[in-house]
Structure formats: C-alpha cells, structure tokens
Design a protein around this ligand. Structure first.
Ligand code: GLA
Length: 422
C-alpha cells in the first residue's frame, strides 16, 4: 500500500511535472553554453520562487498540517552523505549559492550531509576579475566581491573543505580580458600579452586566497573547464584564439607554479563518457620537462539522465581511473529521461531516478573499494530541484518542499526506499 508521505510527495511532484511539460521545448544539451551563461539569472528566479515557497508554507496552516503528517510517516533517514562517502575516503560535496546559506532548510541540509563545497558562481572568472581596477592599473586585477567573501567565510566558519571552480573557461569569462587596454573595441592582445595575463591572473587567485586566510580550506581546484568537444577537437574560444593550441598546457603550468602542493589541480568537463579517449590522451600531455604531471585529477561533471547507460559510464571511470590520476565527480545531477526527451516527474519516473542514483553511487563506491579509481570527492550540483540549473528536469535529491525524493534514498544507498519494486 502506498504510504501517506508518498502520496503527499506524489502530489507535489505532479504539480512539478505540469510545470516541466511546458518547458520541454527549451531542452538543451547538458552543460550547454547558453545555459551556463544564464546560470546567474536562472538561479535568481529559482531563489525567488523558493522564497515564495517558504513564505507560503510558513503562512499556511493547511500546508503545515500536511507536512506534519508526512513527517510522521516518512522513512527515517539513517545515513548522511558525509558519513557514507567518508567510509571510502570520499568527501561529500554540494555547490553553494548565497541563497543557500540564508535559507534555513538549505543550510540544515548542507550541514547534515556535506563537508565539501564548490561555489556555484562566485569564484568563476566573471565574479573575480575587476574591469575598473584592471583599467586603472593597466593589468588584470583579481578582486573578491562581498558575496564571494561572505561565502568563503561561511565555508571556513563551518569547517567545509573547498573545490575551487574555475580558472580558465570559455564561458562566464569577461571578453575584455582578451583585448588591448581591456577595451573590447580595440584589438585582441598578442600571445605574449595573454600569457602574461594568464600567469598574473592565476597567481593572484592563489595569493588573494592566502592573504585572506582561505587557501588552506581548498583541496582541489578546477584549472580548466570544458575545453574539449565530443568530436575530439578543442572548443573555439578566446583563450585558444589569443594564446594558441598550447593554452591548456600553460594554464596547468601556471596553476602548478602557484598552487600549494595540498591543492590538487583538475581538468573538469561534461559528457565525459563521450569524450573518454580524448581526455585520456589529453591529460597525458600535461607534463613538465621532466615528465611529471602538472595535473592531479579529472573532474567528471556527471550531468546525467536516467536513460544514460551506466555500463558506459563505469567504463569511462575505469579507463580514466587507470591513468592513476584522481577522479572527482564534480557536478552530479540526474535528469528524468534522456537528453533529447525529458520525462515528466511521474511516480514511475521518479522511482527510476531513485534506482539510477542507487546504482550509480553503488557502482562508484565499489570501484573505489576495489582500487579501480582514486576518488576523494563526490559533489552534487545542489540538492533541491527548485534551486537546480536544470530544475524543470527534476534532477536532484529533494523536491521543492525540501522533502526527500526516491533519489535521496537511492544516492544514500537506502535501497528499500529508493524506488525498487517491493
Ligand atoms: C557547467 C559549469 C558549472 C555550471 C553549470 C551550469 O557544468 O561547470 O559551473 O555553470 O555548467 O549551472
């Protein structure tokens, strides 16, 4: 018999699925450029709607009563991600936005489950490169705004380990950094000037984090994000255009020069299961003159779908794991359906998602246990659907009422509640 909490939960997801149906025409590939560039705006809207949600729940007795009944019958969550993953030497991570630390539901979920943080936006190039000061000084200036400082302080105060994200990327990077006098009406700078700027930019990031007392919180940093296409070619971007084919090597060379040894340096990408051989070959070029790696690990974004083949995914984990570099899952979320065809949030599809999360995490932990891959961090790209960059595809662990989905139980390896047939 269907338990009452499940029925309440179903009603919520049915409401969500109606919204999702209207959004299907906007489908885009995982980590699509235009979605990435719109992240900040999307998040604002999500945060407003989450605020409205919290207010309406607080001011509505009926809603309160229902949630109390649901509370009473909900399976007790006996596991947390930090405890589960910790048994395998893996940190449990989430991305973090400003909203998440001002909303009490979010803050409590984060503190319960996670011990590693990646900023969703506030350490990206467009958040930390300052146009006015760069123009005034005649060289690139890195500066943290008030929100970046606030988030860094929250992480330190709460003992969170941090993954830095990200230094060199084609997206969320201001175009003015590539132009003479930081003026996009002028010409692109020469290779030599852009290499100097890259060197100075990367050096300043680590120096500033150290000066402000935050560097020791970091254990990993994404040096380059999303540089490769599925056909094995480099993505066209202004870093490539100004510096040339070896811009990726230089990014790792400077990061290796300025980052302390305790920070692992990562190449991070999406559709990793379709770029496996490209990445396998590429990372082996990231070596110094003596043949030592300039890179420590490969970040798998893991923006997946419930119909993505898990055997293919595990083959990628084992193949790239066989290089001996670390592998981190850096942005895990699992949408319903497949990339060309999103499915609505029906009970059946949400159960399939619970099973997928169970099987994925189970297979990963097993491979870590068997020594097939070195993984010291697994990060979800958020935890609640309403704050996700792909919220219309319901990819995360909690629904918009901050109630657990089958996905949460699946990921936590609580198989009984993960949506498998009884
Ligand atoms: C990519 C980036 C992330 C984020 C997502 C969209 O995966 O690496 O930082 O921007 O796109 O939210």
């Amino acid at each position: 018999m269907m338990r009452r909490w499940k029925m309440g939960f179903l009603a919520a997801v049915l409401a969500l699925s109606l919204t999702a149906c209207g959004a299907q025409g906007n489908d885009k590939p995982a980590a699509d450029q235009s979605i990435s560039q719109e992240t900040e705006a999307t998040t604002d809207v999500a945060e407003e709607s989450a605020d409205a949600q919290d207010e309406s729940t607080e001011g509505n007795d009926a809603a309160k009563d229902t949630s109390t009944e649901e509370e009473a019958e909900k399976p007790v969550i006996t596991e947390t991600f930090q405890s589960l993953f910790g048994k395998y030497g893996i940190k449990a991570g989430t991305c973090l936005s400003d909203y998440m630390i001002t909303n009490k539901n979010c803050e409590s979920i984060i503190k319960t489950h996670f011990n590693s943080i990646t900023f969703e936006n506030h350490l990206k190039p467009d958040a930390i490169l300052d146009l006015q000061e760069s123009k005034a000084k005649g060289e690139l200036v890195v500066k943290f705004n008030a929100t970046t400082e606030k988030l860094l302080k929250w992480c330190k105060d709460n003992g969170m380990a941090m993954r830095g994200h990200t230094l060199v990327w084609y997206s969320q990077t201001p175009n003015w950094i590539f132009y003479e006098d930081f003026d996009t009406k002028k010409s692109l700078v020469s290779r030599e000037v852009m290499l100097e700027r890259m060197d100075s930019y990367i050096s300043q990031v680590f120096t500033l984090l150290e000066e402000k007392g935050y560097l020791e919180s970091f254990y990993a940093y994404d040096v380059v994000n999303e540089a490769w296409m599925e056909d094995g070619t480099k993505r066209d971007c202004l870093w490539l255009k100004t510096i040339g084919e070896d811009y990726l090597w230089h990014a790792f060379y400077y990061a290796d020069k300025y980052a302390p040894d305790y920070i692992d340096l990562y190449y991070n990408d999406y559709n990793e299961q379709f770029k496996t051989e490209t990445l396998y070959d590429f990372v082996q070029t990231l070596k110094d003159e003596e043949g030592n790696y300039l890179i420590d690990g490969i970040g798998f974004q893991a923006h997946l779908y419930t119909e993505d083949d898990l055997d293919t995914y595990f083959k990628t984990v084992e193949r790239l794991g066989s290089l001996g570099l670390k592998v981190n899952l850096t942005e895990l979320d699992v949408c319903l359906g497949s990339w060309p065809s999103i499915k609505p949030a029906t009970e059946e599809n949400l159960k399939a998602q619970g099973q997928y999360y169970y099987n994925l995490i189970n297979g990963l932990l097993q491979r870590v246990d068997e020594g097939k891959v070195k993984m010291d961090s697994l990060t979800f790209w958020g935890f609640t659907d309403n704050l996700s960059w792909r919220k219309e595809r319901n990819p995360l662990l909690y629904n918009k009422f901050y109630q657990p989905k089958y996905a949460l139980y699946g990921a936590l390896q609580m198989k009984e509640y993960a949506g498998f047939d009884e």
